[in-house]
Design a protein around this ligand. Structure first.
Ligand SMILES: Cc1cc2nc3c(=O)[nH]c(=O)nc-3n(C[C@H](O)[C@H](O)[C@H](O)COP(=O)(O)OP(=O)(O)OC[C@H]3O[C@@H](n4cnc5c(N)ncnc54)[C@H](O)[C@@H]3O)c2cc1C
Ligand SMILES: *[C@@H]1O[C@H](CO)[C@@H](O)[C@H](O)[C@H]1NC(C)=O
Ligand SMILES: *[C@@H]1O[C@H](CO)[C@@H](O)[C@H](O)[C@H]1NC(C)=O
Ligand SMILES: *[C@@H]1O[C@H](CO)[C@@H](O)[C@H](O)[C@H]1NC(C)=O
Ligand SMILES: *[C@@H]1O[C@H](CO)[C@@H](O)[C@H](O)[C@H]1NC(C)=O
Ligand SMILES: *[C@@H]1O[C@H](CO)[C@@H](O)[C@H](O)[C@H]1NC(C)=O
Ligand SMILES: *[C@@H]1O[C@H](CO)[C@@H](O)[C@H](O)[C@H]1NC(C)=O
Length: 634
């Protein structure tokens, strides 16, 4: 007893000393400053020397539709060929005001088509060869990695007679922004000239939220700054942090973290843009079960608002915007130019990969029973900070494959990880499933990632995905069988499951009071389900497959998880009641903030907050594209 008291007293003194150390450190506050290219802002003089009616800022407040200029009240956004479309002279003026940053769109696959001056067999061969590699698309100003919703108007082809490549849903022009003034000019011009505006970073979005016919696109790819702040100490938060330009992609920030001996939160795809759609949509990662969502890690952001003004959003400045930009979706409240995110100390990471299939000793029933056994461990694994990324697919009639690609133990040594998974591996063995797991410990996240995660494949127009965030209850005994039956129904019907055993861990070190879909906070399973069809499928076949995905397979998933949601960044463009599914109970507040910050409706993307006020003309049911005219519902 006495010993305990003494230890407690010593601990109290130590804590007091620690507090004093913290207080002393707080005095030397260190907030990251803006990048040099963020200080290059649009000035009144630049506007005055050019054309204020085209490039001037928007009002801070628009009280009603009647007070808008005639252009802003227009029913549809302008399209090339319209009388209101800017003249060649105006585009030239815009380009010179931008210092030459304007790009007229040439589709990535134009070299394969004789109706484009870029027609070139060697260039076409390159595009064909790399079409499924996201790296090529990321370097292009306008390409979309899921061409279905662009309208499939310029897919690469080996047909030497092909001559029908058109822009389809691709933007008309892009601004290759290298400084904040470029973003401001683009937003002011699009708003004043009633142009459709899109924001494109990498083009990863499943629903093509970064393309739009006849649009002016802000291309953020070249906003590349990466600054490591070892001793961030700002607004009452301290620790290591990174300030990242919005063009920075996952593999770049992982490499920077490796170099600086820390760990950061990023996605599993090497080329997803961290500060763009990823953080805006919530952002899941192999670190989620340990430290929470990517949006939770944001300490501060810099953003150009729809009226053209450049502001900071964090706990102290524009806190409502800070809330909305962390989970409320991309292309809605402004263009983010940079984010500052928290980093964590370097940590050991252990990964495990394995596969098994149906076969002579493993019936389909046993195969799915094994999937159920894995699901019954979802809560145990995520509570320990682990994450699983796996695939389940049909390989022939009644034949199935399971691929763990990988399971990931952040901050776990191999012995720690092995003791976590041993009971599960024993359960698999007792079902008669013989696997040979490869368990490897790496000293850092980057090495684990580089050593384990497969490369991503994009560019196909032969599939489409939907997703569900299953709450923890779905994997508890009372609901497990029903959940498994709903999942099995989809896979037996031909669906491809890309599953995550994941949770958004609570984390006191960061601000989690943000607009991330509340369904993420309850989930331990995030399942993406894809429908596929032959490459030469007709529109009718694609419509049929999409309808089956949404109204049969996913309907069962929704029924077994009432009130849960879906992840907007890897979601179904046809998602019913998308407001509830993608945003949950945050939708009303997000919509009010949309009206506050974007009263003229400058920003639009399919399924984005406020998108229900708009429609795109000339649509086929189940295959919505961005290649019609964007109009306001009246
Ligand atoms: C192969 C693959 C793997 C993926 N892996 C993961 C993963 O591990 N975890 C995860 O959470 N998600 C993942 N995703 C989904 C990914 O998060 C989303 O597609 C995300 O929207 C990509 O953002 P982006 O900025 O790179 O792409 P884009 O398609 O260029 O942009 C997506 C949306 O954000 C908007 N936007 C982009 N930049 C800005 C900006 N600076 N300011 C305002 N709006 C902006 C765009 O207008 C668009 O609406 C993956 C997707 C693919 C295709
Ligand atoms: C720019 O002009 C606006 C009004 O047109 C004015 O409110 C603002 O102060 C000016 N800014 C500078 C830096 O002069
Ligand atoms: C914009 O100007 C630059 C530099 O003069 C030029 O290279 C580019 O082609 C121009 N863009 C358009 C769309 O004309
Ligand atoms: C272009 O032409 C080819 C061959 O005639 C045809 O298969 C394809 O569907 C056409 N594409 C579009 C977008 O019209
Ligand atoms: C199937 O089980 C039999 C009997 O236990 C065994 O001899 C055989 O090796 C097993 N086959 C496979 C593919 O595991
Ligand atoms: C990683 O593990 C160490 C040692 O157990 C612990 O102190 C640290 O808080 C953990 N890091 C995270 C981010 O959980
Ligand atoms: C990444 O993995 C490859 C092999 O897959 C290896 O050659 C390379 O050295 C690794 N890079 C790092 C930084 O670990």
């Amino acid at each position: 007893m006495a010993a305990t008291l003494r230890t407690t007293a010593v601990a109290a003194v130590l804590a007091l000393l620690a507090d004093q150390t913290t207080a002393a450190a707080t005095a030397a506050s260190k907030c990251p400053t803006r990048f040099a290219w963020e200080n290059a802002q649009l000035t009144n003089a630049t506007i005055a020397n050019s054309d204020p009616s085209l490039f001037g800022f928007g009002s801070d407040v628009y009280s009603s539709k009647a007070s808008r200029s005639p252009n802003l009240a227009a029913e549809c956004k302008a399209m090339p060929g319209d009388a209101s479309w800017p003249s060649q002279k105006t585009w030239t003026l815009f380009n010179s005001t931008l210092g030459g940053a304007l790009i007229q769109t040439v589709p990535l696959a134009a070299p394969c088509y004789s109706n484009w001056p870029q027609y070139d067999a060697a260039a076409c061969a390159y595009v064909l060869e790399h079409w499924n590699d996201p790296h090529m698309h990321v370097e292009d100003p306008t390409s979309a990695m899921f061409p279905l919703y662009q309208g499939r108007t310029c897919l690469p082809t080996e047909d030497p007679t092909a001559s029908n490549c058109t822009l389809g849903g691709y933007a008309a022009y892009s601004v290759a922004a290298t400084e904040v003034s470029h973003i401001q000019l683009a937003l002011n011009f699009a708003r004043n000239a009633n142009l459709r505006l899109v924001v494109r970073n990498t083009g990863h979005d499943f629903g093509d939220k970064s393309v739009g016919a006849g649009a002016l696109s802000v291309w953020t790819h070249k906003l590349k700054g990466i600054e490591f702040v070892a001793d961030y100490n700002c607004g009452g938060r301290s620790g290591p942090a990174f300030k990242l330009g919005s063009g920075v992609v996952t593999e770049e920030v992982y490499a920077a973290a490796e170099k600086n001996g820390v760990t950061v939160v990023g996605g599993e795809c090497r080329t997803v843009g961290i500060a763009g759609g990823y953080i805006a949509g919530g952002g899941h990662s192999p670190m989620a079960a340990l430290v929470g969502m990517a949006a939770d890690q944001v300490l501060s952001m810099e953003v150009v608002l729809p009226n053209g003004r450049f502001v900071t959003a964090n706990e102290d400045s524009n806190p409502d915007l800070y809330w909305a930009l962390r989970g409320g979706g991309g292309s809605t409240y402004g263009v983010v130019s940079s984010v500052t995110i928290r980093a964590y100390p370097k940590m050991p990471t252990t990964t495990m990969t394995y596969t098994y299939t149906t076969g002579p000793n493993v019936t389909a029933d046993t195969f799915f029973a094994a999937l159920g056994v894995y699901m019954s461990y979802f809560d145990t694994f995520t509570a320990a900070g682990a994450y699983g990324y796996f695939l389940v697919a049909g390989t022939g009639p009644g034949e199935y494959l399971f691929n763990m690609m990988p399971m990931w133990g952040a901050n776990m040594t191999k012995p720690q990880f092995t003791s976590l998974v041993t009971p599960f591996l024993n359960d698999l063995a007792s079902l008669g499933i013989a696997i040979t797991p490869v368990i490897t410990e790496y000293p850092t996240l980057y090495q684990a990632y580089n050593g384990t995660f497969p490369a991503e494949v994009v560019g196909g127009a032969d599939n489409h995905a939907a997703s569900r965030l299953f709450p923890k209850e779905n994997f508890e005994p009372a609901k497990l069988a029903d959940t498994l039956a709903a999942v099995r129904h989809a896979i037996e019907g031909g669906g491809l499951l890309i599953g995550y055993n994941i949770r958004a861990a609570p984390n006191a070190a960061v601000n989690q009071a943000n607009s991330v879909n509340p369904a993420w906070r309850k989930a331990t399973g995030f399942f993406i389900l894809a429908a596929t069809w032959p490459a030469d499928a007709t529109d009718a076949q694609i419509q049929q497959a999409s309808e089956t995905l949404t109204n049969d397979w996913m309907a069962r998933w929704r029924e077994v998880s009432p009130g849960a949601g879906s992840y907007m960044s890897e979601g179904d463009i046809n998602e019913p009641d998308f407001q509830q599914s993608f945003y949950g109970e945050h939708y009303a507040r997000l919509l009010a903030l949309k009206k506050k910050y974007d009263p003229t409706g400058l920003f639009y993307a399919p399924t984005a907050v406020g998108s229900e006020d708009w429609y795109v003309t000339d649509q086929l049911e189940w295959i919505p594209t961005q290649n019609g005219r964007l109009c306001r519902k009246t």
